[in-house]
Design a binder for this molecule. Sequence first.
Ligand code: NOJ
Ligand code: MG
Length: 577
Amino acid sequence: MCPTPWRGSYPWSVTTLDSLSPALDDRSATAWWRDAVIYQVYPLSFADSDGDGVGDLPGITARLDHLAELGVDAIWLSPFYVSPRADAGYDVADYRDIDPVFGTLADADAMLARARELGLRVLVDLVPNHTSDEHAWFRAALGAGRGTPERARYIFREGRGEDGEQPPNDWGSVFGGPAWTRVTEPDGSPGQWYLHLFDVKQPDLDWSNPEVWEEFRSVLRFWLDRGVDGFRVDVAHGLVKAPGLPDWSEGPRMLDSGVAQDAPPPMWDQEGVHEIYRDWHAVLAEYDGDRALVAEAWVQPLARLARYVRPDEMHQAFNFDFLLSPWRAEDLRTVVTDSLREMGAVGAPATWVLSNHDVVRHTSRLGLPVGTPKPNGINRDSAVQPDDEVGLRRARAATLLMLALPGSSYLFQGEELGLPEHVALDNDVRQDPTFVRSEGLELGRDGCRVPLPWDHAAPAFGFGPSERTWLPQPESFARHAADLQRGVPGSTLELYRAALRLRRDLGLGAGELQWLDGYGEDVVAFRSATTTVVANLGAETMALPRDAEVLVVSGDLVTVDGDRSAVPSDTTVWLRA
Ligand code: NOJ
Ligand code: MG
């Protein structure tokens, strides 16, 4: 059974003015995170140092130079904690230690030290909605039985029906199938049920329990003391559930958006989550150096998302509305305007993101016909197939547009190489629990998580010292390998480097956006800092003023009227204003 997705959005308007007083905002106006470009490292697939086919911390440390040369300000690492990896590490068995496949705490310290040497900030992933079922707490909960303090850290309930044989409510898991699993009690009898909004191996914690609060404060401190600059907070909108856990026939969904609902679903975006972030804000404020919390919250509309970054809560929230925007000038203008307005209203920077480890890479997504609903994976049988050439062209144009926007941008590893999604993975190599739990209806997220190609001629394209890779790489990765792009004019890698250098020099992240009229409906044109940005999404080529000074362009310009430069379709250019 595939869960009916939540296509949530909120019909009521939200007032954020109550939190506008600058006196309440202890977030510095010049904090590094306000205009940072943050690169997501997916540890499983970045670089493998020991040849086991799985990326690891020493592999990351050895390749941090690449990121410093690329010109990003910070990295965010997906989880590297002890984990059975039922959900690629988002099922944590020990929040204070490193999984042996990734290395040791000493390796984490070495990675942090090297990042610091290179001037890179480091955010780590915090997974507070659920633990692994192999976490000591959950094992204790199973052993302790009904009504014990050990059970009270999770959401255990009696089942419905005469013998409790029905789940306590009708919620479905985000990954497919039911959100409840029944346990066997220590005496061998069929017992209570526990809630897992995700995989069966990811039991949800009960955030009405003060012990859970205390534990996560301590986990925050553990990593802050080690020197991390902040946390990306997983499922930030899910920690608190509506009292009584009422039925919700729609089923949960967090990875999409769409039609309006009348009320927030009982598992998402409950008022109580904000109290947690106010508490964490205070913990971070005890530390020096503008530490930051970043919300992964699939919440709409943007005014509702902005509530997570009010002055005494988090610092940034991922802008999935931008990621989900169709490749249409009008849609992009709207989402940019709305984002700047809503985040600005609470004194937070807007953020921008096009790819991450949960979505089809934007090189491939933008190669689908405009307006195609966001797919959860693509394979050879998918009804729509990406056009690689169109996709790469649009991806480069979209990135250049994004990197000129005021605020903070997120990059996903490999997008600087123009990597496409792996669209031909065999089903038997898929690892994402979504595939099995949805009985194959959702292909899942493996296609964007394939190990990176560093060297076109080496085994595993230089991912590690052996042929092994935990997911197979497509042949096409050879021509995207970093070594073939480094120093090559026009390559995607050099485009990213040039754009990041200019962005920093021109102060674009801290700029103020001003829309420019007169470029036509299909063109996104704005001025920020001392730069004019023109993205042509239309079919018609667009001539530039004769005196235009081109700073960087996502594709080749063409010549019209004998000697005038012009921007062809699906191309973005930065001009000196
Ligand atoms: C969001 C993460 O980005 C995703 O990869 C994970 O599966 C879920 N949260 C559950 O932790
Ligand atoms: Mg390894």
